[in-house]
Design a protein around this ligand. Structure first.
Ligand code: GLA
Length: 360
């Protein structure tokens, strides 16, 4: 029986949060925490998740399965077959990996892009990485019912080692931004993810399009001066949402410049102001996350940090000059005393996109 193994990365987003569904700019990077996926020839569809220690049979139809993790696999397979309009062979698929689930590091995009990519390789479908990202994105939107933007799938499919990927989500243009000698990056998982994350995510999307309708102009085309003139028309909440998006797009452009000049201090400041904007204008941070950020700010070695991902919990990305591990242990202790939750810390490096590892 032929067997193939693939690895698919998670991602961080350096800057450009909640801009990808507003035709804006983002700058994610793939990280060296992975989902591993094996495909083995079989006489039926079967999937095993080491994480949930569950082995399940399934059929390739539109019906949802009880096990949510299996729906990601099924959705990815189904939407690939729909795209190529071909039948596929049955496969035994095994999922494992060291990418934490539900920590805001895109474990779902990692899995779905990984399965689409894997299926293309084992079935011999010639599909570009960009198209693989689009298929996984459509499957996550339609099959999983998650209204996400394209950032996660793009970076998982097309990331490059030691490189950030600037995406203009309006034109879908990509620019690779090399980040050699980049500061040490820590991901701090707050261990807290609030239930309302997905409903509030959808609410923010709606608020942004309402703001655009009222002003008659896309947020992407706006500058802060024009926005200021529309302040009364928008009312406080919509003004704040729009302010975040317009200022965040500007910060992404400034961040490219800072990386190109290796101006880490300035880059760090941009991360802190992105966080403040997510906290005060987009209003999607949490007290746990804000506590960690304030503690990080007290340390000179750490010069930038912000919450990443959809919001209402999840992870923080921090940039550091040194190893900062002592400092982070101190914060970990204080955090646990205050909230009774353990934060988890990972050092991450920028990795390549999804790839084949082995054929056996
Ligand atoms: C989630 C979504 C992304 C993006 C971020 C917020 O991670 O999957 O598409 O919208 O939230 O920047």
């Amino acid at each position: 029986m032929k067997k193939y193994k693939f690895k698919s990365p998670g991602r961080i987003n350096l800057i450009g949060e909640h801009t990808d569904y507003n035709d804006g700019y983002v700058m994610p990077g793939a990280i060296d925490k992975y989902t591993y996926i094996t495909f083995e020839e079989s006489d039926r569809f079967e999937a095993y998740s080491t994480h949930f220690d569950q082995r399940l049979n399934f059929s390739l139809n539109e019906e949802k399965e009880e096990a949510e993790w299996l729906n990601y696999v099924k959705g990815a397979l189904l939407y690939t077959t729909k795209y190529v309009q071909k039948e596929i062979n049955p496969w035994k698929i095994e999922i494992s990996g060291d990418l934490p689930l539900g920590a805001g590091l895109s474990s779902s995009a990692s899995l779905m892009v990984g399965v689409v990519y894997g299926l293309c390789k084992v079935e011999g479908f010639e599909i570009s990485r960009r198209q693989i990202a689009n298929i996984a994105h459509k499957a996550e939107n339609e099959f999983m019912g998650v209204n996400c933007g394209i950032m996660d799938q793009y970076i998982v499919a097309m990331g490059k080692e030691n490189t950030f990927m600037f995406i203009d989500t309006l034109t879908k243009e990509i620019k690779y931004v090399p980040a050699e000698n980049f500061p040490q990056m820590f991901v701090i998982d707050s261990g807290v993810k609030h239930e309302l994350a997905s409903s509030e995510y959808n609410k923010r999307r709606m608020e942004c399009s309402q703001a655009e309708d009222i002003m008659g102009i896309k947020l992407r085309q706006m500058d802060l001066n024009t926005l200021e003139k529309n302040k009364e028309k928008l009312g406080e909440t919509l003004y704040k949402r729009a302010f975040h998006v317009v200022s965040e797009n500007d910060r992404v452009l400034k961040a490219i410049d800072a990386i190109e000049k290796s101006d880490w201090e300035n880059l760090g400041r941009l991360l802190y102001s992105s966080h403040e904007s997510l906290r005060d204008f987009y209003e999607i941070s949490t007290q746990e996350i804000d506590f960690i950020i304030e503690e990080l700010k007290k340390n000179d070695d750490i010069f930038g940090a912000r919450m990443i991902g959809g919001g209402f919990g999840g992870s923080i990305l921090a940039l550091s000059n040194g190893d900062s591990s002592e400092e982070i242990s101190r914060i970990r202790g204080k955090y646990e005393d205050k909230f009774g939750v353990k934060m988890k810390v990972y050092t991450v490096r920028l990795s390549g996109g999804v790839q084949e590892l082995q054929r056996m």
